[in-house]
Design a protein around this ligand. Sequence first.
Ligand SMILES: *[C@@H]1O[C@H](CO)[C@@H](O)[C@H](O)[C@H]1NC(C)=O
Ligand SMILES: *[C@@H]1O[C@H](CO)[C@@H](O)[C@H](O)[C@H]1NC(C)=O
Ligand SMILES: *[C@@H]1O[C@H](CO)[C@@H](O)[C@H](O)[C@H]1NC(C)=O
Ligand SMILES: *[C@@H]1O[C@H](CO)[C@@H](O)[C@H](O)[C@H]1NC(C)=O
Ligand SMILES: *[C@@H]1O[C@H](CO)[C@@H](O)[C@H](O)[C@H]1NC(C)=O
Ligand SMILES: *[C@@H]1O[C@H](CO)[C@@H](O)[C@H](O)[C@H]1NC(C)=O
Length: 665
Amino acid sequence: MKMHLLRSNTKQFIILFSCFFLLHNTDNVQAQPRQQCFDTGNYTSNSQFETNLNILLPSLFSNGTRDGFFNTSVGAGSDIVYGLVQCRGDISTEQCQTCLNTSTVEITQRCPNRKKAAIQYEFCMIHYSNTRFFSQVDTSPFALFNTGQVSDADANRYNQQLAGLMTNLSNTAASRASRYDSGSTDFTDFNDIYSLVQCTRDLSPTDCFSCLQSMITEIPICCNRSEGAQIFSTTCYLRYEIYPFVVIPSQSSPPPAPSADTSPPESNTGDGKGNSTNVVVIVVPIIVALVLSAICSYFILMRIRRNKKKKIPELIYEQDEMRSEDSLQFELNTIRTATNDFSDANKLGEGGFGAVYKGELLDGQEIAVKRLAKNSGQGAQEFKNEVVLLHKLQHRNLVRLLGFCLSGEEKLLIYEFVPNRSLDKYLFDPTRKAYLDWERRYKIIGGIARGLLYLHEDSRLRIIHRDLKAGNILLDEEMNAKIADFGMAKLFGVDQTQGNTSRIAGTFGYMAPEYALHGLFSVKSDVFSFGVLLLEIVSGQKTNNFHLSGPSRDLLSYTWKLWREGNALELMDPTLQDSFTGNEVMRCIHIGLLCVQENLEDRPTMSSVVLMLNSYSLTLESPKAPAFISETRTVANNLNIDLESNNSTSSSLLYSVDGMKTNPT
Ligand SMILES: *[C@@H]1O[C@H](CO)[C@@H](O)[C@H](O)[C@H]1NC(C)=O
Ligand SMILES: *[C@@H]1O[C@H](CO)[C@@H](O)[C@H](O)[C@H]1NC(C)=O
Ligand SMILES: *[C@@H]1O[C@H](CO)[C@@H](O)[C@H](O)[C@H]1NC(C)=O
Ligand SMILES: *[C@@H]1O[C@H](CO)[C@@H](O)[C@H](O)[C@H]1NC(C)=O
Ligand SMILES: *[C@@H]1O[C@H](CO)[C@@H](O)[C@H](O)[C@H]1NC(C)=O
Ligand SMILES: *[C@@H]1O[C@H](CO)[C@@H](O)[C@H](O)[C@H]1NC(C)=O
């Protein structure tokens, strides 16, 4: 009993603080609504459609405020406009009114002239369209996650409790007329999990349930272990946090059993029904909270003044996730200023698709700008779509794409700046390579493997890199590997894993034979490149110019020769003599050889590679002979090639197995 009391007191305390932080920070989140300006047509100024929209919006505001929900249409025929507004189920009428006021005014500013648009604020949402969308469920999720993560130790319990809570809430919400429910569940001694779910009220219970299910399914994909997240489509919404961001009607008892879907909600602010115990439980903390707030405000204000950049991690959302195409766009002038007008002094290097410049934005953020070659064939919309998709990829081992700039002939990609240049600058430099001791190299190998695994399997998009090489691995301050250059990555729908291309873009020495010769690429061609890269890291030798220093013609055949003779450790870079761990090096060479096997079926997937790197108890298969691919003409090292296959790509390459040269068939 005592224990329990103590526990709930701790919780109360945490709650007070959370409330306090919440007060100070929700504006942050709220200030960035998710807007969707659909590109399904524009209306012209002074048209009948505009007139109808101008009648619709105030009526959505006034009628929506009353009940927290309203849908209607104005006009007829081709000028008809349908609209819907809804407030979050737990907020007050005043908050609802304020939010709807903002939303009905802002929507025409944020999406000028669009025939269809939707905006989601923290407390309300608005959606209008020239076609009828009522009762139609939208199950495509959009996620915003809290960057705080629960610890390894708590992860399993967290996932379990969260899943249970979500199932309970979505069941109840779907069966209620309000299509809303909120609740909390135990997590640790210090935190509970709080959550709310809501559908727009025009959805049927079945559609509401399936909409919420789609959002819930997204949780492990977008937000595994995040301390909070908001996931929504235009028709439903869920949010959870480990602090009480939402008023839960009766915290001590389980949510009321779903009643039949008959009685309309008495009020959308279903929070005023707490029993008297709850009133005391709420009022006392509120008074204490006010006093505490005053004291805390003082200290926090002082602190903020001292350190403006201080963050309060619990509430920092990945705001970028919310950015639409428009807000990913940078002005050309901003980038010109940041890069000293693309001055040579700012140039970091020249990649396959254009030069890369270092820049600094006015707020001090360092960026890397890739200036794409003028004729890089994509249309503007295609380009934007691709950027929006790539922007969503977020992983510790991937270079982050921040946005783009499109202006006349200029096409720019803006990336986070990674301080330590690329891996090749260290690995193949006689003096700097000494800095890469075995521990660092091993960490880099692991990082690349995890980044690639994310691209292949864990991200929502399935991405094949197609030009993985030492020059595309950047190193941060702590020598963590970050994979760069998704410029060539083709974007796939979830279950497409292979493709055929007439354009071959990649780097000799890293290309899998089926790709170099036949333009066939798949996750397994990336695995091949990864294997080559791994062997380069172990040997400190460049695959392309191996013949200059090695006893054999290329890295793969040399490795294979040593392996068969039982002398694989000889492959190791001599500078590692003092730092290497024999079995780790051997295992890496072994995995490298498995990755470069000729038959793509024999090559492991990246998830097995990650597993093999992590688990020493796993016995590895014996590798079969690697695919040897060499190039007979002189091609400058590291040069990106981009050839049309009908331009006799195949005949310019010789394909040889185990030293025996043959012509490709
Ligand atoms: C509508 O207008 C926007 C700019 O206001 C433009 O980007 C978009 O392409 C237009 N859509 C159509 C279908 O004309
Ligand atoms: C909604 O509110 C407006 C006032 O802005 C009112 O004139 C109108 O009758 C209401 N519409 C409906 C369908 O109730
Ligand atoms: C609002 O949506 C409901 C559910 O689809 C529909 O039955 C109703 O007719 C709509 N109201 C108006 C005024 O269109
Ligand atoms: C809506 O917002 C505007 C500007 O913030 C304000 O002047 C107006 O009074 C608000 N209207 C209502 C009804 O709240
Ligand atoms: C879900 O509801 C069931 C039945 O009311 C209850 O036993 C369970 O504890 C709930 N789970 C969570 C995580 O709230
Ligand atoms: C989510 O995290 C848990 C615990 O760390 C892990 O077991 C699980 O595999 C992760 N799920 C996904 C989809 O990554």
